[in-house]
Ligand binder design. Sequence first.
Ligand code: SF4
Length: 458
Amino acid sequence: MSITMQRTQRFTHKPLTDHTKYRVYTQRQFHQIEALKRLNPEQRFEIEVVANVLPFRVNEYVINELIDWDNVPNDPVFQLTFPQRGMIEPEDFDRMASLIKKKANRKEITQLAAQIHTKLNPHPAGQQEMNVPMLDNEPLGGMKHKYRETVLFFPSQGQVCHSYCTFCFRWAQFVGNTELRFASHEAEKLHRYLQQHPEVTDILFTGGDPMVMRTRHWENYLKPFLAPELAHVQTIRIGTKSLTFWPQRYVYDDDADDLLRLLEKLVNGGKHVAFMAHFNHWQEMQTPVVREAMRRIRDTGAVIRTQAPLINHINNDPGVWVRMWREQIQLGLVPYYMFVERDTGAKRYFEVPLSQTYEVYQKAIQQVSGLGRTARGPSMSSGPGKVEIQGITEIQGEKVFVLRFIQGRNADWVQRPFFAKYDPEATWLDELQPAFGQERFFFADEYAEMVGDNILIF
Ligand code: SF4
């Protein structure tokens, strides 16, 4: 029997029984969440107020199996999914609270929410205006081509998530304003664009969460990658938090087996299939169903890499990362990135200074074996590129951050170390100043030109 046949048979029976139905609650139904009755009325009202501003969506699996309700409100998964008062400015909270108290109509509430959204930097790092690729002299919506070898694709069927993270940097896509959304349903244009770009080796499907898509949509997008015209696209990455929010996708959903067979076909066709799995806390990885989902995905030959931002109230603690990374290694996953919380949305509530983020990273990475040290240090997905904090040190009497580009809008910037004055309060690249009396960072002028022209570097 061939390996392929042996593998395929693994996806034809359900090894566990499970009766969890996918039931989701949004701001409109949150009063129906049984577990919330354990909170006092004031706490429930605070959730309601913030849920009218920021996206809120949570499903029963998360409520019943991931949140430890004895530890609420401090429970990390509760913080990850339920809005908290401090996530919006006090005056905005008060304005929204008074509208709700006086039972204002939906239009008034939506208008106020939209006003508040504009203050929350809905598109950090020029997400919306920049990086848009062109095909036949037309801009391609739902695609981003920021770095030479990687294209991001936002399938329109994948623009929600099984639940929403309170800190999501793509929150603007979920608040009902279609101007803030980018998504594409045009598989054919994606494939044609890639055929014309042999420099692209990696395609990243992202969202929302593309894993909300049915397998039949995945087939439309993925099968063409097996054709010779797309042989240069070696890696298919899937950015997803479904292993946390709905691992049943790989075990019990009626098209779960078809999905796994599709992934296996890609692997057998020579593709590297990589899950970029988003885990913020080890608590998300404990249920039998997530363990089974990981096992089944790995059985296809796909690799699961893990990544997450460091977030106050959720994982601002080296011990959390040590346990998470150690368990991931044990489960055959590959720790990949610790990110810095993006400069958008409820950042004020979640942000941690770069200095402290680096300290957490350093303490955590020291306690995992070499296999866990694949996790890159705190990285900022900023306008000029992906910048990693490599260390904090003193050079000729000046305390500095040591930085490098992991990815840059200009590929020549990658791996060039550069230095910023140490600032214990800074939380993002644009708050840092060059060290050693330099006026500007080495990339600043070139980047300013790119932004001015709003063009790509290639
Ligand atoms: S799963 Fe990803 S895209 Fe969805 S809410 Fe969370 S961070 Fe945002």
